[in-house]
Design a protein around this ligand. Sequence first.
Ligand SMILES: Nc1ncnc2c1ncn2[C@@H]1O[C@H](COP(=O)(O)OP(=O)(O)OP(=O)(O)O)[C@@H](O)[C@H]1O
Length: 284
Amino acid sequence: MNTPITTLPKISIRGLTKQFDGAPTHALENVDLDIGANEFVTFVGASGCGKSTLLRTIGGLETQTSGELLVDNRPVSGPGIDRAMVFQHYSLYPWMTVMENIKFCRQLAAHTQDRSSSDVEAASGRADALLRLMGLQASAGAWPNQLSGGMQQRVAIARALMGRPDIVLMDEPFGALDAQTREVMHDLIRYVHRLEKATIVFVTHDVEEALYLGSRVVLMAPRPGRIDTIYEVPFGDQRTQDLKFAPEFVRLKRDILERIRETSGMKTDLEQLQRLSGAVSEPA
Ligand SMILES: Nc1ncnc2c1ncn2[C@@H]1O[C@H](COP(=O)(O)OP(=O)(O)OP(=O)(O)O)[C@@H](O)[C@H]1O
């Protein structure tokens, strides 16, 4: 008899609940989810549904009120070099050049783990490779304020990848970029995902972005923050920008947007507004 091969999830979340002090509802309630190694999972949902709180908890920046959160089958007890975070605001050090920014976390790790400076020198090859990957070779010596938003975010991603994290947690990383730059970043991050084989957990407000990038889209709902629906994205690994115009893509996008409207209460608000405006315009 064949023994079934079971692989442990990279991230395992069971009954996760988070209540902030004094908050009227749970920011997260009873969240259950497994995320596989090398998966690219995206999260969408109405404002306040707990996307960032969940991401920050996986990153060890928040602690849960109850429930279990395991990475590689071990409870998360704080931030770790196995998990890198990228935020919407690039948070580069303005007094460091592009190259110094990319190497900085590595240098910190070398310092705190008592490594020799030759280890840090050995990391230069990695920094050079990341610089090339991000198309930043010509900007190695530039200061962050000399770069466009898209370039600054490339530096932030390169810095996050420098320590070869198993998991990259991204909180609306392209939220501040214009539409054309976002498209370029979408293809770049998909390429990086294939190359680096990291698990990517990606939060966004943009349903199109979530569908284009993810192998699953997790839709969360607010008050209390919870998982509403998980969509399997049926478009395989080879994706080009044309996919965004495919009927199946557009249909899924519409379904998800509709469900976000329903779960956010915005639909009800609109219906109320329409009733109100009808009442106002009705003849006495
Ligand atoms: N530090 C905090 N203290 C108290 N309440 C908080 C804190 N952080 C988040 N919350 C609350 O928890 C809930 C979830 O917030 P969170 O930021 O995780 O949602 P989100 O889905 O990421 O929202 P958005 O899409 O607007 O960024 C919200 O009601 C928010 O007000």
